[in-house]
Design a protein around this ligand. Structure first.
Ligand SMILES: [Zn+2]
Length: 372
């Protein structure tokens, strides 16, 4: 597992780097071929291809258990040259080592083990996607299609530093808003001007007031730009918003509240428009998802791990399978932390027991999970 992890970490695969993302995919496809599994590509022109994995060549009408993961990272080309895979003090380091190339290696070995030894109570399948770190523009419809057909999904995002898995996640929406004003010389012709930046400032204050930590709602304007020159009233300005929420019904409420702020001009004469740039759906608790978690928790205990379910404010592809009603468990990859930073690490001695926990959970999957 470590040897394969080293190989795939040492290939740059930022979300927009199609050739790098596909190179990581090719390495996994070679492994699946060697192990006798069937791996097929669903091509994409802009982003990396999606990869579907099956144990058998024979089609089945039964709903499959799906092991899911993404192989893109947040890191630019050249990151591997700066800090390639390395092991130090029981931890592995390198770009994407735990988010989530480690989880993909874990999935691959579990799939190969079931191919070799059998025993799965339903067809097993794998899905490796290409663009999770930018909210899965190409993968989302594929993930939703696979989720609708699946009995359940294990998404091997990193286990929490505590070792816990993720049973619920926030939903998140990235929005962009553009404000239009009117340019005028701010010395000689000030009265003719309408400042888009002035309006942007009012909107930022109003947007941030939507944050309600008790309800788990946060609104962050994380990017702004605007203006033409210091001595011109700004003809245009824009901001980008990260909106997070917990429950499905909050999505519409919060979007409406944001829209109202965008539509309301404090600086007379300005106009503004709003657009969604990217989106993740929340993972919320359901009886079937709870049953899946309890099955995993007992399996993990037999693999020597004490695991609890945790809530995460971070978003992931698991929201898309949960969103189409598929029992989903997230964060079942190897344990690690500091994702998206140069200090990202993976606890090496969790690779095998976490794989064992997943395999046991598959073997013992309750008969009533995901059959409807
Ligand atoms: Zn991830």
């Amino acid at each position: 597992m470590l040897a394969m992890l080293a190989e795939v970490v040492n290939i740059d695969s930022g979300s927009y780097d199609k050739s790098g993302v596909d190179a990581v995919g090719s390495r996994f496809m070679r492994f699946f071929e060697e192990e006798g599994l069937l791996a097929t590509i669903e091509p994409n022109e802009q982003f990396g291809n999606a990869i579907h994995i099956q144990l058998d060549h024979t089609p089945s009408n039964e709903r499959p258990i799906v092991l899911m993961g993404h192989r893109d990272t947040v890191f630019p080309k050249g990151e591997v040259a700066r800090r390639s895979f390395r092991v130090e003090g029981g931890r592995a380091y390198g770009p994407g080592v735990v988010d989530m190339k480690g989880g993909l290696v874990l999935n691959a070995f579990v799939l190969a083990a079931f191919k070799r030894f059998g025993g799965a109570p339903a067809p097993l399948a794998g899905l490796i996607t290409a663009d999770e770190e930018i909210a899965s523009p190409s993968s989302r419809p594929i993930i939703e299609r696979v989720g609708r057909a699946a009995r359940c999904v294990f998404n091997s995002e990193p286990g929490r530093p505590s070792g816990n898995v993720v049973t619920s996640r926030k939903g998140g929406i990235f929005l962009i808003f553009e404000v239009t004003g009117r340019a005028a010389h701010s010395g000689g012709n000030f009265e003719k001007g309408i400042s888009a930046i002035g309006e942007l400032a009012h909107k930022i204050v109003a947007l941030h007031k939507l944050t309600d930590l008790k309800r788990g709602i946060t609104v962050n304007v994380g990017l702004v730009q605007g203006g033409q020159s210091v001595n011109t009233t700004a003809p245009s300005a824009e901001g980008q918003i990260d909106l997070r929420y917990v429950k499905g019904e909050q999505r519409q409420q919060m979007l409406a509240a944001v829209q109202e702020i965008i539509d309301t001009a404090t600086v007379p004469g300005t106009t503004a428009k709003l657009a969604i740039k990217g989106e993740f759906l929340p993972v919320t608790s359901t009886p079937e998802a709870d049953a899946l978690f309890q099955c995993y928790q007992a399996a993990a205990s037999d693999a020597g791990l004490r695991v609890k379910g945790e809530f995460s404010g971070g978003c992931a592809d698991s929201g898309f399978t949960a969103g189409v009603g598929c029992p989903t468990l997230c964060g079942v990859g190897p344990v690690g932390g500091n994702a998206h930073t140069t200090d990202e690490y993976l606890e090496i001695d969790t690779l095998v027991p976490r794989a064992q926990a997943m395999a046991l959970a598959i073997l013992r999957l309750p008969a009533d999970v995901g059959q409807t």
